[in-house]
Design a protein around this ligand. Sequence first.
Ligand code: SF4
Length: 305
Amino acid sequence: MDNKPYRSLNEYYREIFGRKTAKISLDGGFTCPNRDGTCGERGCLFCSAGGSGDFAENAALSITEQVENGKAQTSDKWKDPAYVAYFQAFTNTYAPVEELRRKYEEALSCEGVEGISIATRSDCLPEDVLELLSELNQKTRLWVELGLQTSDEDSARFIRRGYPLSVFEKAVHDLAERDIPVIVHVILGLPNETRETVLNTIDCINRLPVQGIKLQLLHVLSDSDLAEIYENGGYTPLTKEEYISLVGDCIAHLREDIVIHRLTGDGDKNTLLAPLWSLRKRDVLNSLHKYLKDNNIRQGMSVKN
Ligand code: SF4
């Protein structure tokens, strides 16, 4: 581990690419089966109009133009970083396989792009897509990011995720069989979830062949259905102190080898209704690191065997 009490993304990328690595968020122009009527029309309860890709580049631009824009934003910060093209917005395996191939390969052909990370739903990995991913995995660094959010079936129904836990478990095994590293997205602060519910989700991930995790705070965005529940008093967001203590518990309960790709979320300040403290990201991370140090918390110390 580096000087952090958890396996950080920075350390992991340095092991792989040997230098600073920047992720460029892309919008490949895909949609989502939870929005186009295939399994739902209103999307997940918390999902914004941007389909969880509020910070992705502009879908009206080509993939190459988006990558070049992303590179320009990092050029004054880092000299010659490695780049990972991150297909972030909506469901990035939800299209005919030839369209997927074209878009992924365009990203990979951009100068400096040394890897690709593809965010998708566990119910959008049919055999032909798995074959394509397997092929890509032979020629570049590939990660597939699955939006689990929670392992609790009631909670998953409440947020309208659209599939049961078994679908996620199958997706993880299908990817693991092909040696494709999996990053799981988990949301902290979901309505009706307790500390125990969240730690059950961490235990579930520990039992699976998963290589990475993103812990994200639930944001109430003005263009999501959660906003209505929040405005009617039906949802109380976590306080900063509650969030930090919950993240501390997650880190302690998480398998030591799992890379932590994210410890908080980026809410779009133009649409974020709550919690507003999350906009001060540097302050949240500093407080979290202090909390971990003060409480002697390190990753894996409380893993259940
Ligand atoms: S799966 Fe992702 S893009 Fe689709 S509705 Fe849910 S959060 Fe939005």
